[in-house]
Design a binder for this molecule. Structure first.
Ligand SMILES: Cc1cc2nc3c(=O)[nH]c(=O)nc-3n(C[C@H](O)[C@H](O)[C@H](O)COP(=O)(O)OP(=O)(O)OC[C@H]3O[C@@H](n4cnc5c(N)ncnc54)[C@H](O)[C@@H]3O)c2cc1C
Length: 459
């Protein structure tokens, strides 16, 4: 775009939270992704486009995830389905409760766990031990924010991505930025005693680093930005990557889960990913989410590996399968990592995306006049907490649906109709498909021809 850019990177390597480590020994080797590894959906995902351009082999994570009880027995499939249905119903009720509370009280929010537990008791859900363990497993999976494995893809080490993106970029490694001075005549960035001068700076450090105040800004960031940094949550996910002498868990599954009786440790090794098909060797990765991920960082790696092996042996020994010691194992510590202080952000209590919905909204729709053709719906969120430009989200709906929607009163009802009746989710402009872009071109062309009749305010 014509800008001269330099990248200041605190670490001695590119990639940040995407890190591939080659591990080997006893004649086996594999590329273990210790940070981000799975592409969640590839439509509208720039990494999906890049993967295709680089001709990287993508492996669809298979939708089979056997769950095992602490004694190694498989979870009864009827109980499994029953608890899954109940869990989804509980989530539905919690969502409705939150909607109602926000509608009534405007600002009150309630922790998801607390609300789920309250509803679980009221509706007598998961009263026996196996059901309770299953419910806890679903909660751990939710903490990992990976409710649907359907559209996930993994590949042969994300390092290839990182290398391709970093190629020919002027990156200064081991330059930890400690302060940024900005004003009308440019910016000064200080990193380890060195001063860098520029017209502007793009600060892309993780939220955890901003929360810790590791970078000083002069003048201070605006209050609304500081509030947003504090309100948003930054969660923790850790991994134990283990390279075994051979694959003892079988080649026909990509994931399996483990249940525990201890609710406070429900996230400890609750999910295992087999990377045999993509990493080049018999690699198994155990995930640790939620509170367990914090405790995990206080444990020695030897103890962690012992615990994970106990679980694996508990699952496979009763089946007559010997679990060998790993050739090599790596435990991550993303919470203690000074360049991230956590794994990824989540919507914390009090920072629900819903709060924006109650700010001023403008609805606009456009498209052709054919009742079955696609129309573009643009919902503009505005209000004191957003910049004057506001935030725009888009959806594709038919002209028929435009008419139905315009006959409904109230933003809440319109949003319900969109989500529940039409099954439409609003996305950012970049999330629109090719169809969306072609509708936009159509609207732009019509506007420039001053045809009129393509804009329809439904509010
Ligand atoms: C264990 C784990 C599993 C994950 N799994 C997935 C997954 O399966 N799928 C998925 O989509 N996402 C996953 N993620 C999240 C994904 O890795 C991140 O969302 C993504 O890498 C963020 O990219 P980024 O460039 O915004 O931040 P980062 O990758 O964190 O890059 C920020 C950069 O800033 C540098 N930096 C920090 N502070 C300073 C400073 N003061 N001065 C100079 N440089 C600094 C850091 O070293 C880093 O290189 C996972 C993350 C973790 C930790």
């Amino acid at each position: 775009m014509g800008f001269k850019v330099v990248v200041l990177e605190g670490r001695a390597r590119p990639g940040g939270r995407v890190r591939t480590k080659k591990i080997n020994g006893d004649g086996v080797e594999a590329a273990a992704d210790l940070g981000g590894s799975v592409l969640t959906g590839i439509n509208g995902n720039p990494l999906g486009v890049l993967a295709r351009q680089l001709e990287l082999p993508l492996h669809k994570v298979r939708d089979i995830c056997p769950l095992y009880l602490p004694d190694g027995k498989s979870v009864n499939s009827e109980i499994d389905s029953k608890v899954e249905v109940s869990f989804n119903k509980l989530l539905d009720r919690v969502c409705k409760l939150r909607h109602a509370m926000i509608e009534e009280v405007r600002s009150v929010d309630v922790p998801l766990g607390t609300a789920l537990e309250a509803f679980r008791r009221v509706y007598n859900v998961a009263e026996d031990l196996e059901e309770r363990m299953l419910l806890n497993w679903h909660l751990a999976n939710l903490e990992y924010a990976n409710a649907s494995l359907m559209s996930n893809l993994s590949m042969a080490g994300n390092e290839t991505f990182v290398r391709a993106l970093a190629e020919e970029l002027p990156i200064f490694y081991e330059r930890t930025v400690d302060s940024i001075r900005y004003g009308t005549d440019g910016v000064l960035v200080y990193a380890g005693g060195q001063e860098f001068r520029g017209d502007m700076v793009l600060c892309t450090v993780p939220l955890g680093v901003l929360k810790k105040g590791m970078i000083e800004f002069f003048p201070e960031l605006p209050q609304r930005k500081r509030d947003a940094i504090q309100r948003l949550g930054f969660g923790l996910l850790n991994k134990v990557a283990m390279l075994f002498p051979y694959n003892f868990w079988g080649g026909d599954i990509d994931t399996f889960g483990h249940l525990t009786e201890d609710q406070s440790m429900r996230g400890e090794f609750f999910l295992f990913y087999s990377y045999s098909s993509v990493s080049g060797g018999p690699l198994l990765v155990a995930l640790v989410a939620g509170d367990a991920a914090i405790k995990f960082e206080m444990m020695s790696p030897v103890e962690s590996v012992r615990r994970v092996l106990d679980i694996l042996r508990g699952i496979f020994h009763p089946k007559g399968i010997t679990v060998p010691d790993p050739v090599q194992a790596v435990c991550t510590r993303w919470g203690k990592d000074h360049f991230t202080y956590g794994s990824y952000s989540y919507v914390a209590i009090g920072s629900s995306g819903m709060t924006m919905i109650f700010l001023r909204r403008v609805w606009e729709m456009g498209g052709s006049n054919d009742l079955n053709s696609n129309s573009l719906l643009r919902v503009k969120f505005g209000g004191e907490k957003l910049d004057s430009g506001g935030l725009c989200l888009y959806g594709l709906i038919s002209r028929n649906q435009v008419i139905e929607l315009s006959q409904v009163d109230g933003d809440g009802n319109r949003m319900r109709m969109l989500n529940h009746d039409f099954g439409v989710r609003l996305v950012g402009r970049k999330g629109l498909s090719g169809v969306g872009e072609s509708v936009i071109s159509h609207i732009t062309l019509a506007r420039s021809n001053q045809n009129g009749g393509i804009k329809d305010n439904a509010s």
